[in-house]
Design a protein around this ligand. Sequence first.
Ligand SMILES: Cc1cc2nc3c(=O)[nH]c(=O)nc-3n(C[C@H](O)[C@H](O)[C@H](O)COP(=O)(O)O)c2cc1C
Length: 328
Amino acid sequence: MTLYEAISVRVSTRSFDGAQLTPEQLGDLGDLCRQLEEEGTQDSPFGNKVRLAIAGSEIGSKPVRMGTYGLIANASGFAVPAVARGGKLSGTMEDVGWTVEKLVLELTARGYATCWIGGVFSRSRSAEVVQAKEDELVPAIIAFGWPADKRKLADRLVTASARARARKPIEEIAFDLAAERSYGPLSDVASDTSSDSVRTTPGGRFEEPWPAVLRAVQEAPSASNKQPWRLVRIRSEKPSGSEPIPSEWFLFLDEDKIYNNGTREVHLQNLDLGIAMRHFQIAAEEKGLAGRWIPVSRLSSGSKDNAALKAALDFGQDRGWTACALWS
Ligand SMILES: Cc1cc2nc3c(=O)[nH]c(=O)nc-3n(C[C@H](O)[C@H](O)[C@H](O)COP(=O)(O)O)c2cc1C
């Protein structure tokens, strides 16, 4: 299973069968964590270093517990990230979401079921597992194992599409901003002559292969399923009949301020953004679309003066969203 396929298979699982892990499985997961840590600083959007550790219940040992009370039952193990504390603008949460979601998808591809836990878990126990230093924090953990109900696992592929029903429709999360009023293959959409050059475009109206990329974001897990990610496409070049149309995308956070700032240094919705960036990147690579995420804070002032980029920033800001990164 590829990571792209894993995006559609993954579903949060909270009730596991309690199976213990073999030394080979634990070794494999340890290697995976090392690999992701190494990739980390080079490929994470904000360049923060995320460390990862696994607490697994080994054969013959007691089940691992992480203070999740009744919420999570019989997990075979937990993955625990640590990151150096930084302000909200330093992108630490986004980078944890980015790195840990790849771990989640790797686990999914290996047949494990998973659940992000950002709410109730033992901060002290998890800090011990990852040997968190004084300046580091553990924003969330991942429970993993095999589902208590094995049938559910088999049903997952079948029900993957049903899950979309628990998601906002694409047209509520992705928007198309034409730099010019009307051009190219979307002229049927662009034919409205209203003074507002901004249209919300139903998902189906994005030409191939973008719908697959947007669906990958739509399928991303998010804290309390709030789906706070918003994407605005900028088409700054006039397409020459080529598809896909050269596109850049701004990612915004439609923040629930009380929810996202309730837990001191942990901002669960900024984790959500990192997760969404990872899903977007995996799907874009799968579809042969070249690009990478650039934090808005690192865009040169010159590029912010670019009319198309500025219009996209204004579009989001008018709606009360916070700009996070540009995929370009
Ligand atoms: C950052 C983050 C934190 C989460 N925290 C919890 C949690 O504390 N408890 C829980 O049961 N689920 C938690 N979830 C799982 C979400 O509820 C779940 O992803 C969402 O409802 C969508 O369902 P799905 O993952 O099955 O697609 C969390 C998810 C994310 C991304």
